[in-house]
Design a protein around this ligand. Structure first.
Ligand SMILES: Cc1ncc(COP(=O)(O)O)c(C=O)c1O
Length: 491
């Protein structure tokens, strides 16, 4: 089997002179590493074309499909973002109707905007005992499809950013009974179904379109991703059309080689590496179970991804952001994200024992310090959600949303409507004209056309006052004159 990396390396060392793009001409001018520049080519003779693959890229994509149990797979070099845009655009006609989990990544909302879709949301429940959105359930999807019989596709996220894994096979059965396709944003699950003891991936669970960010949970470079397609509900020609539209016309061979490299590692050493990954993770969780104040999301591995360590701080009298800063500044441990009451660390097959040990000893020490302080002060343990603790990003319950936020104006229409800037406190009860995202994870708290509720206003304010990143709010010069875009002509 020919490997893309080897082929690129050999070509870089050859005497073929590049009278073509890219403009660096395979020279390491400036400070970029020479090895990468030598391999960075365009669609020249012998290297195939991602948009019309006939040679090595066709073979590599077939190989990816085989690995994931998919019928057909596509290499993506614009991240899962372009896979999600293509999947939704293909599965639903222009102006059609999609059922979408409300905790979806913003790229799904962007697809709805570009394709002028009517969107019906399914609101995931909160995970019991945590300020975290859980996965959507088969019962929710079933009920939503009963209520909305003209829905043309279902889109959901699994695993979620925090690692919650939905029952995709049960959902696929329900969706297919209606004769429509299921799209699963499995951006955070490119490692699923590749080894024993891990949840199956959504191809194996029966989804029609599945999107994987190879760069998130496998050893691959940023922007690398895969789109998989299965069954007869998806028009493959149409899918290719949208991939041509949303993918760069100059796909990076360095990124494509990085996808192949990651998948090759899994093929060659996957069982060993995944087994080690689980062993380290469970050893860490066993030690962390001694913590008295810090809590961790633990569940069956089929429902909670072992690559995500969600550290809940509500009983520790600090915010997720405060713990994040302590881990960063005192221990030099850079986490993936922090939210109001928790923070999140990611682990993959690329982490060695030391990565787990550093995290474990830091958390055990911090927990011990907090517990010791409580004993000294003879304090009663603060209850969950005590005063020192701020709430995290919360999506209101489904029923409440349906009553207060009926989409009388579609997302697509609302984003294009005339708008005015309003003071955040004065905007409660108004329809917003812009997305508001806490970043990460890039899930909109508010989408254009939705009404800003009092609870959301307070939630956003808390975030801003904690210094967390809130996209879609203009902080003004002094930093406290918060403003938000609202639709100017109320409808
Ligand atoms: C759930 C989810 N889907 C999709 C994406 C987009 O992935 P990418 O960055 O590969 O475009 C993200 C990014 O964070 C995500 O969290």
């Amino acid at each position: 089997m020919e490997h893309l990396y080897d082929k690129l390396k050999k070509y870089g060392e050859s005497d073929f002179y590049p009278y073509h793009m890219p403009g660096h001409k395979r020279n390491a001018m400036g400070s970029m590493p020479c090895e990468i520049m030598r391999m960075d080519i365009t669609e020249i003779d012998g290297f195939d074309n991602l948009h019309e693959p006939e040679g090595i890229l066709k073979k590599l994509q077939r190989r990816a499909a085989l690995l994931y149990g998919a019928e057909e797979s596509f290499y993506l070099i614009n991240g899962s973002t372009c896979g999600i845009l293509s999947a939704i655009s293909c599965a639903v006609p222009f102006g059609g109707h999609i059922l979408m989990a409300r905790n979806s990544h913003r790229s799904a909302y962007h697809a709805a905007y570009i394709r002028n879709l009517k969107v019906t949301y399914v609101y995931p429940p909160m995970l019991k005992g945590y300020d975290i959105c859980d996965f959507v359930t088969p019962a929710q999807i079933e009920a939503a499809l009963e209520r909305e019989p003209d829905v043309e596709a279902v889109f959901l996220v699994s695993p979620t950013y925090e690692g919650r894994i939905a029952d995709v096979s049960a959902i696929a059965e329900i969706v297919h009974e209606k004769g429509i396709p299921l799209i699963v944003d499995e951006a955070h699950g490119a490692h699923l179904g590749l080894a024993e003891g891990f949840a199956p991936n959504s191809n194996q669970a029966g989804a029609d379109l599945v999107i994987h960010s190879v760069h998130k949970t496998l050893p691959a470079m940023t922007q690398t991703a895969l789109l998989h397609v299965n069954g007869k509900r998806i028009d493959r020609e149409r899918l290719r059309r949208f991939l041509h539209i949303y993918q760069s016309s100059s796909p990076s061979y360095v990124l494509m080689a990085s996808i192949e490299n990651a998948l090759r590692i899994v093929e060659d050493e996957g069982q060993k590496l995944f087994c080690r990954f689980k062993r380290f993770y469970f050893a860490m969780m066993k030690k962390l179970s001694q913590c008295r104040r810090l809590r961790f999301v633990v569940d069956d591995e089929r429902r909670q991804d072992v690559g995500k360590l969600v550290i809940d701080c509500r009983n520790a009298g600090m915010t997720g952001w405060q713990l994040y800063r302590i881990l960063l500044e005192r221990y030099h441990l850079q986490l993936e994200m922090a939210c109001g009451s928790y923070c999140l660390a990611m682990f993959t097959i690329a982490d060695d024992k030391n990565a787990y040990e550093r995290m474990t000893s830091a958390l055990l020490y911090i927990d011990e310090q907090i517990s010791a302080k409580d004993c000294r002060e003879d304090e009663k343990a603060p209850e969950s959600g005590g005063e020192a603790v701020q709430k995290s990003f919360i999506l209101p319950a489904e029923q409440e949303r349906q009553e207060t936020n009926v989409q009388s104006v579609s997302l697509a229409a609302a984003w294009d409507m005339p708008w005015e800037h309003m003071r955040l406190d004065k905007a409660v009860g108004r329809r917003v004209a812009e997305f508001v995202n806490f970043y990460p994870p890039g899930i909109p708290v508010l989408a254009p056309g939705e009404v800003l509720s009092e609870e959301q206003y307070l939630n956003i304010l808390e975030y801003l006052q904690q210094g967390l990143s809130v996209q879609g709010i203009d902080c003004g010069k002094g930093g406290e004159n918060y403003r938000i875009k609202c639709i100017s002509k109320e409808i």
